[in-house]
Design a protein around this ligand. Structure first.
Ligand code: SF4
Length: 525
């Protein structure tokens, strides 16, 4: 028996699987297939689009498992997710099965059309159904651990970051637009999470994100309270055991944190922030769901946290997380999510959102990333009745708001977080060109324009010389003065670059020191 696991990528409120991220889903599927003796190949949709031979061979495969679903769309550099339209052309193996959050986007008619095209669709979350499909007993931990080795087949291995699930569901589960309402709370035993991380680590993975949960601060919390009470001691132990088992991890980050938890439990949260600062790696971002700073919108959409609560969470996280780490970025900062097009939104909502952001800047607080998302409506959520009317009506307000945020908030914030001259380490080149584009392997990595031509997948350290709205321009650092081009030298030292080029080659840095301040910092020979 032969199967292909085709990763069309996922992006959910609490899970990312667009390269360099790999979600837990293909690892789980591989683990189940392995346990019943089905040999499986894994590939990504980007690689598959170019692989005509594999497409041809698929008719001899018993199964094609397609994983897909972009529930919270973003702009992706690492890959182009599988589109709904493309899926219809994937009836290529003897049995073709569609898995993942894509299910939540499909109407009954879509499902019937796919079935007519010989593509079966499994309900989401699919793991239990997937086990039933093969008549094996459901065991999330066992199959995630057993399936770890599939990561070696990822086209970008070992430069990938594994999304790790700690728990499922949301204690609030009421926000009008959110699909987390469809999941029940299910906490994973931390021993199994560590075993999974260790299994991936033993395969060569060095980058991890504890990202697949709605609120990292309530992992292992006491859920008998109205708002779950965090357990700082348990989280500290959890981190310690990860490092005892996997001492050479290079990235350990997190994703979502519910600011309501921090506002309700500041003392416990303070301890958790300190643990994260100590045991996770710098450049970390805790994405906070504010969604709207307008109290009317908060109420009408049953949003979890008020603007005041989110502000108090931002303040606490800044207090302990804003120091710069060894890779050039602050250790731990909050990120902010806004959702546009919700019930009760008016022109004033945009003003209130902007005022909220402005007050963050005025208070001297730092926020690493501001995500302005237009609502995506899913069947079964309260937003279904509302539809996209308000979003369309407010399009021009949204565009103006976005422009203002990018110009008046993002850009000055970026300059504060990453001042000129700051060195960023371990930038992985993803796009080649006269200006190459690179990012750190991290949660919400900053996009870095790197002056000069570099091959994909090379790693470079570089210094900041300029800014875009949400990106920085850099030059490799230190760079060989005898090989660097005029643009690179000019970006570092200005108009004296021409003279430096004329005087090349330099035999030593000392020779250069007579002409350039900080020569040792910027150049090698
Ligand atoms: S707090 Fe609201 S937006 Fe966040 S995961 Fe829960 S239901 Fe979804």
């Amino acid at each position: 028996m032969k199967a292909l696991i085709l990763d069309g990528y996922v992006d959910e409120p609490s899970c990312l699987g667009v390269p360099p991220f790999i979600s837990p889903y293909p690892r789980f599927v591989y683990g189940v297939l392995k346990s019943i003796g089905i040999s499986a190949i894994y590939t990504t949709i980007d690689r598959f689009r170019e692989d005509y031979k594999l497409r041809e061979e698929l008719k001899n495969f018993d199964y094609l498992f397609i994983i897909a679903g972009i529930a919270v769309p973003g702009n992706y550099i690492g890959g182009k997710p599988l589109s709904k339209r493309e899926i219809f052309g994937l009836n290529l193996a003897k049995r073709n099965v569609l898995l993942g959050p894509i299910y939540l986007e499909l109407s009954k008619k879509d499902v019937l059309s796919l079935e007519d095209a010989s593509i079966e669709v499994l309900e989401f979350p699919f793991e239990r159904k997937f086990c039933e499909f093969f008549g094996v007993e459901f065991d999330l931990d066992k199959f995630l651990i057993a399936g770890a080795e599939v990561v070696k087949q990822h086209p970008e291995f070992p430069n990938i970051i594994c999304e790790i699930e700690t728990y499922r569901g949301c204690y609030w589960a009421k926000c009008s637009f959110c699909i987390e309402r469809f999941q029940k709370i299910r906490m994973r035993d931390p021993r199994n999470v560590v075993l999974e991380i260790k299994a991936l680590y033993d395969c060569g993975v060095r980058h991890f994100r504890l990202g697949k949960q709605t609120d990292f601060f309530t992992y292992l919390a006491d859920f008998s309270y109205d708002f779950p009470k965090p357990n700082p001691e348990a989280l500290k132990r959890f981190h310690r055991v990860i490092w005892e088992n996997c001492a050479k991890i290079r990235t350990l980050h997190l994703d979502n944190v519910n600011p309501k938890t921090i506002a309700e439990y500041p003392e416990e949260s303070k301890e958790i922030i300190k643990t994260i600062v100590t045991y996770q790696t710098p450049g970390n971002v805790a994405a906070f769901g504010l969604e709207s700073a307008d109290e009317v919108v908060v109420k009408k959409n049953s949003l979890c946290a008020t603007a005041e609560e989110v502000m108090s969470a931002i303040e606490l996280m800044n207090k302990f997380g804003k120091a710069t780490g060894y890779n050039g970025l602050p250790t731990l900062l909050p990120g902010l999510n806004f959702v546009i097009g919700l019930k009760g939104e008016t022109k004033e909502t945009f003003e209130k959102n902007f005022e909220f952001l402005k007050s963050i800047l005025e208070k001297g607080l730092l926020v690493r990333r501001i995500n302005l998302r237009q609502v995506k409506i899913f069947p079964g959520t309260p937003m279904e009745k509302e539809g996209y009317g308000r979003l369309l009506k407010h399009k021009r307000y949204f565009n103006a708001f976005k422009k203002r945020v990018r110009e008046e908030i993002d850009n000055p914030m970026l300059r504060k977080i990453l001042p000129k001259g700051r060195k960023l380490t371990d930038l992985r080149v993803e796009i080649e060109g006269k200006i190459s584009f690179a990012r750190q392997i991290a949660t919400y990595p900053i996009l870095v324009g790197l002056i000069g031509e570099y091959k994909r997948q090379t790693f470079v350290d570089a210094r900041i010389v300029d800014y875009g709205y949400r990106s920085v321009t850099t030059v490799e650092s230190p760079i060989n003065v005898n090989k660097a081009n005029l643009e690179q030298i000019r970006a570092l030292i200005g108009s004296r670059a021409v003279e430096i080029i004329k005087r090349r080659p330099f035999k030593s840095i000392e020779e250069l020191e007579n002409l350039v301040e900080d020569a040792k910092l910027l150049f090698t020979v």
